[in-house]
Design a protein around this ligand. Structure first.
Ligand code: SF4
Ligand code: SF4
Length: 152
């Protein structure tokens, strides 16, 4: 199983902004954060290294209130060390699929949403029964010369 690597594109945090809000601020760096989908209320702290970014970095009212865009174009969670559980557990990609020659041919989002531009992989994917386990999925793809690797 390979390790999931976040590229800091910010997309998930932009959409999660609808579900995360600052309920109460104790100071400029200490806040109570409400996760509306789970009801969780937790204290969070803006990391000292990100305080300037939090107060003056680029943001958008529709994003998570703790997300900031840096000059280089990368996105930063300013409370990363204390972020809610929903954020700790989130993986935008659950599987990578490699094609012949080891090229990355596609990935899976959520449980079974294939993202690919490869028509051969799309065709092989349609052979996988919806309720099959990962071993069956891997075996079907292997017969078509694709290697599926789960991400943890
Ligand atoms: S978890 Fe995925 S969607 Fe979210 S910032 Fe990282 S790479 Fe982007
Ligand atoms: S708390 Fe951090 S990881 Fe969670 S949505 Fe906001 S910016 Fe993203």
């Amino acid at each position: 199983m390979a390790r999931f690597v976040c590229t800091r594109c910010g997309k998930c945090c932009m959409s999660l902004g609808r579900h995360i809000r600052i309920e109460r601020s104790i100071s400029a760096a200490q806040h109570y954060c409400r996760v509306t989908v789970t009801g969780e209320l937790l204290p969070v702290a803006v990391h000292p290294q990100h305080r300037d970014l939090f107060s003056s970095g680029e943001r958008d009212p529709s994003w998570c209130p703790f997300l900031r865009k840096e000059d280089a174009g990368l996105f930063t969670c300013t409370i990363y060390e204390t972020r809610p559980r929903i954020c700790r557990e989130f993986r935008c990609r659950t599987m990578i699929i490699y094609g012949p020659g080891g090229r990355e041919a596609g990935c899976v989002k959520g449980r079974r949403s294939l993202v690919t531009n490869d028509p051969v992989l799309e065709s092989a994917w349609r052979e996988i029964p919806p309720d099959s386990n990962d071993a069956v999925l891997k075996e079907i793809l292997r017969k078509h010369s694709y290697l599926a690797e789960l991400l943890e």
